[in-house]
Design a protein around this ligand. Structure first.
Ligand code: ADE
Length: 227
């Protein structure tokens, strides 16, 4: 999968995507992330990409021209499945959305700043608007990093144990069950016997029950979705 990200602060995207699982995904050639500085397509030699908003009011708006030029250039090079704008008024990111985006081949992500982008770009170019939660960040970069991570770890071959993403919280609308590692007794705090039983069926049943219990206690709304 290839992801192109358009940003006015590309530095913000460097570190989160260059370590751990996202690094491995890129080193293995399963994920290619290209970050583009919007100022390449600025309207003048001062690097201008934003302007005052029509109608007055505080805060600058990202201009049409730099974004349109950036998108035209990228879209002339390959076909993109989605052009995503990260914005707090988009649809809230869910595991289901990450699952379906992980099946795509080429994605563009646009990181907003200031008051956001000129609405004409949203109307004419953007195919999906995504928020990572009901709070406002100072720009879309961290949201884009979250989205790349949520998608990237689902690509086949990225996680060592192919099955592990299947048991994440939110797959099947259930939270993940509790997990334990050695030692079996730490300060008298014991690992549940069933996990030491060596009986895979019992372990599986226990994990399912625990997942269900956790979900009922913490996120009953997830179970209601199931009807
Ligand atoms: N940009 C600013 N806040 C955001 C959020 N919550 N989600 C996505 N993009 C954003």
């Amino acid at each position: 999968m290839r992801i192109d990200i358009i940003s006015v602060v590309p530095e913000l995207l460097e570190s989160p995507l260059q370590h751990s699982i996202m690094k491995r995904a890129q080193t293995k050639g399963l994920l290619e992330v290209q970050v583009h500085h919007l100022r390449q397509w600025a309207v003048n030699e001062y690097g201008q990409v934003d302007d005052y908003q029509y109608g007055g009011g505080a805060g600058m708006v990202m201009m049409c021209e730099p974004l349109a030029k950036a998108l035209d250039q990228l879209m002339a090079e390959r076909r993109y499945d989605e052009i995503i704008y990260l914005t707090p008024d988009g649809a809230t990111l869910s595991q289901g959305m990450a699952n379906s985006l992980s099946l795509k081949e080429n994605l563009i992500m646009i990181c907003g700043h200031y008051k956001g982008i000129d609405d004409r770009i949203r109307q004419h170019y953007i195919t999906k608007e995504i928020s990572i939660g009901d709070y406002v960040l100072s720009g879309g970069e961290l949201a884009a990093a979250v989205l790349v991570d949520a998608i990237g770890r689902l690509l086949p071959g990225v996680l060592n144990d192919e099955t592990s993403a299947l048991f994440d919280s939110f797959q099947d609308n259930l939270l993940a069950p509790p997990v334990y590692t050695r030692p079996a007794d730490f300060r008298g705090w014991k690992v549940p016997d069933v996990l030491l039983s060596g009986d895979p069926k019992k372990v599986e049943d226990w994990r399912y029950e625990q997942a269900l219990r956790r979900t009922r206690e913490r996120r009953p709304d997830l179970l209601q979705d199931e009807g």
